[in-house]
Design a protein around this ligand. Structure first.
Ligand SMILES: Cc1cc2nc3c(=O)[nH]c(=O)nc-3n(C[C@H](O)[C@H](O)[C@H](O)COP(=O)(O)OP(=O)(O)OC[C@H]3O[C@@H](n4cnc5c(N)ncnc54)[C@H](O)[C@@H]3O)c2cc1C
Length: 387
């Protein structure tokens, strides 16, 4: 890359994807400047709350599976480089009617990619996982190679390792404006203008503001996760712990899809679960972060359909932001009008498990304009994104 600019690449937004991009770019020897509004591991965007599901038998589309292979390897590499504990594989189960997307989609992805899995009936699920009481007509796809990753720790690990590899990272410095002209880009903050040859924009729920020129049909949504204390008298504690309890996604019939985790310890500890979709439209700057009693009641009632012994109270609840595309597939690619700008947004509530591979893809795009990873599904100019 020509050395005419002070930086090779500027990354706007050092959250999930931007942190990984800064790390991958620094690893390849690029002179990187990263700019972020908040501090690493903050709770204003999409990357907080202690845990994120990671799984391979991907019901959303089997085209995601090869990316997941890269991502799993990437999380292990980042653990080694950072000395942080990031990924815990406690198994995962996806429960639904035999023809449902949750079950049948997972099963199809597992078969297509030869992933190890077991198909369980409702009775087998009850026997194996005594916390759960699925409907009689439900089926489960269980895979051992699933679990959770830690979002705040991952973001911190990426920015620490990126800085160690030479990236210059500025926190508490929001970007006010960017422009692309000629071969380069200019980025403005309250502290001044920065110039570079390439720009990577990973703004999370701030995409409608930072990528306004692309007119993307994004819906920013307020989601809530709830932490409960289970009733250990009804079902003893070991059954809720990650030694015995998998992550899960469940939707059987007309109810809303839920997902959740085994019991975890620490400040974000408890038995955490949430609704997968159906958030309330909002914006990143105006979201109502209060949690209302009716939301707790609704979550608890739905959760008890699968976990009848979840009689404990809500111990904690927090809001989080989704940035949703019409087809719920990501947006990753070159900016249609400015090929020196790469963008990644619209992760539609399921992006975290892809953090390491998205970092690699963004480094490929910024440094070479292309990538060998399969990203056709994420084309910023695909028909479902056109108004
Ligand atoms: C409730 C909930 C549950 C989820 N569960 C899962 C799950 O189980 N599994 C899974 O894979 N995914 C899950 N996700 C989705 C996943 O967390 C997101 O897809 C992912 O974190 C999005 O990453 P991002 O980099 O786009 O956004 P973020 O991580 O939010 O990063 C964007 C960053 O850009 C910064 N920024 C924005 N504007 C500016 C500016 N002008 N200047 C400088 N910096 C700026 C922000 O401050 C932020 O740090 C969940 C999300 C939520 C909310």
């Amino acid at each position: 890359m020509p050395g005419s600019q002070p930086y090779d690449v500027i990354v706007i937004g050092l959250g999930s994807m931007g942190g990984a991009a800064a790390n991958a770019l620094a690893e390849r020897g690029a002179r990187v400047l990263g700019l972020e509004t908040y501090q690493p591991g903050h709770d204003r965007g999409s990357a907080h709350g202690g845990t994120r599901i990671i799984r391979q038998s991907y019901f959303e589309d089997s085209a995601y599976v090869p990316l997941l292979f890269s991502s799993y390897a990437g999380f292990r590499k980042l653990e080694q480089e950072s000395g942080r504990d990031l990924m815990q594989l406690c198994g995962g189960i996806y429960i639904g009617h035999p023809e449902s997307k949750t079950f049948a989609g997972s099963h199809a992805a597992a078969l297509e990619h030869g992933l190890e899995h077991e198909v369980l009936t409702a009775a087998q699920i009850r026997e194996r996982f005594p916390t759960m009481d699925p409907r009689d007509d439900a089926m489960g796809l269980y895979e051992a190679n699933a679990g959770y990753v830690r979002p705040e720790e991952t973001v911190r690990a990426n920015v620490e390792v990126a800085a160690r590899k030479g990236a210059e990272l500025h926190f508490d410095e929001p970007v006010l404006y960017w422009s692309a002209e000629g071969e380069g880009v200019t980025v403005r903050t309250a502290l001044g203008n920065y110039r570079a040859s390439r720009l990577v924009i990973t703004p999370g729920a701030w995409a409608p503001e930072l990528l306004a020129g692309m007119r993307l049909p994004l819906s920013v949504e307020r989601m809530v996760f709830h932490w409960f204390t289970p009733d250990f008298d009804a079902t003893p504690q070991p059954a809720w712990s990650e030694e015995q309890h998998p992550i899960y996604v469940e939707q059987t019939g007309e109810n809303l899809q839920i997902y959740g985790f085994p019991m975890t310890d620490g400040p974000e500890g408890g038995f955490k679960l949430g609704f997968f979709r159906e958030g309330i439209p909002t914006t990143a700057n105006t979201i109502d972060r209060s949690i209302y009693p009716a939301e707790n009641v609704r979550m608890q009632a739905r959760a008890r359909e699968l976990f009848p012994h979840l009689s404990g109270e809500v111990v904690q609840a927090k809001t989080c932001l989704y940035t949703v595309t019409p087809d719920e597939h990501f947006i990753i690619g070159l900016h249609p009008e400015h090929p020196q700008v790469s963008v990644a947004c619209g992760f539609s509530g399921h992006g975290f498990k892809f953090v390491p591979v998205v970092g690699e893809i963004l480094a490929d795009l910024a440094l070479t304009g292309e990538t060998a990873h399969p990203i056709e599904l994420f084309d910023p100019q695909r028909s479902s994104l056109q108004g």
